[in-house]
Design a protein around this ligand. Sequence first.
Ligand code: LMR
Length: 398
Amino acid sequence: WFGHVQPAPKDPILGVTEAFLADSHPDKMNVGVGAYRTDEGKPLVLECVRKAEEKIAGSNFMEYLPMGGDISFNNHSMKLAYGEDAGVLADKRVAAVQALSGTGACRLFADFQKRFMPESQVFIPVPTWSNHHNIWRDANVPQNTFRYYDAATKGLDFKGLMEDVKKAPNGSVFLLHACAHNPTGVDPSPENWKEISAFFKEKGHFALFDMAYQGFASGDTERDAQAIRIFLNDGHQIACAQSFAKNMGLYGQRVGCLSVVCDDPQQAVAVKSQLQLIARPMYSNPPLHGALLVSTILEDPELKSLWYKEVKGMADRIIGMRETLRTNLEKAGSQHSWKHITDQIGMFCFSGLKPEQVDRLTKDFHIYLTRNGRISMAGITTSNVEYLANAIHEVSKN
Ligand code: LMR
């Protein structure tokens, strides 16, 4: 039956973790996958999550969630993304469903797009998180791209971005990273966002925000939501794919939310029912535990402020490591400019290393990262930063 099945290509991100795990070298380093580590290189379970676990321990609730997930979780997620006082929430015109983290939220949207915007394509930034391409491919939505990153300046190609937004047919669907762009760590400034929003208005484009890192860019969840707030202020109907993997450290719980801003409450009810209809034959209804943890944290003022503190702690450690990595590269004698390491934000540094240089880092130094040169800053610690800097210098000298 299966003789014709060839092994699938390795995933460009999760395949790196597989290779890392198979290496037994004592100095090996994983700066591939975007998963937070402490300065001791250990995964972190947040204190607010521990406390929420205690709070819900022993609850007898093991029932199915509704197809659209936990209502309280969805409400808290929307408030976090759109703002406590968001007019669209007061007007009850947002359709929200719990999703299997950010990937699941994007996939629900992509399937919804295929079904209800059948003529549309999706415009994806160059570069983007590799899984975005898989998600829209498997949903059978044609893909197009828009310019985003300028390799020469290692910053935003704002001019190129605006030209492509302008060139796209009116009413196109764009995938935007709300903050901490993955893989580049380069975000538009608030002024840039205002211009993008105004242009989207003119062209009647639709924005889906992938918000996997709220709190991870600046350490402030409100500030990291500013792109969304700017679009809302300008009266856009947007959609938002949220993940609590990174900002609450709930990676394996697969907890996220897809929300879609509609014209009115009736439309929101209809859209939600259709999203549920997409979820039902795929996984019926989403898992309970992670959503319960998130809503327990977000509805308890004490746990919520503890979470704010902890998310800021994670963001600050990463920001500190950026400084240390840059200093160590300079100390190692590197003649290249590494300013972009401290200019970029969020979990990743888009180093500018070439695929062959990455291959050498892995082969000669047992340092694992994706071949596009993306370094997960979260995997760097006080004890391994010098080793990494020296290795980067070694492969990038000539
Ligand atoms: C990453 O970009 O490393 C993370 O979002 C993990 C993943 O699923 O790819």
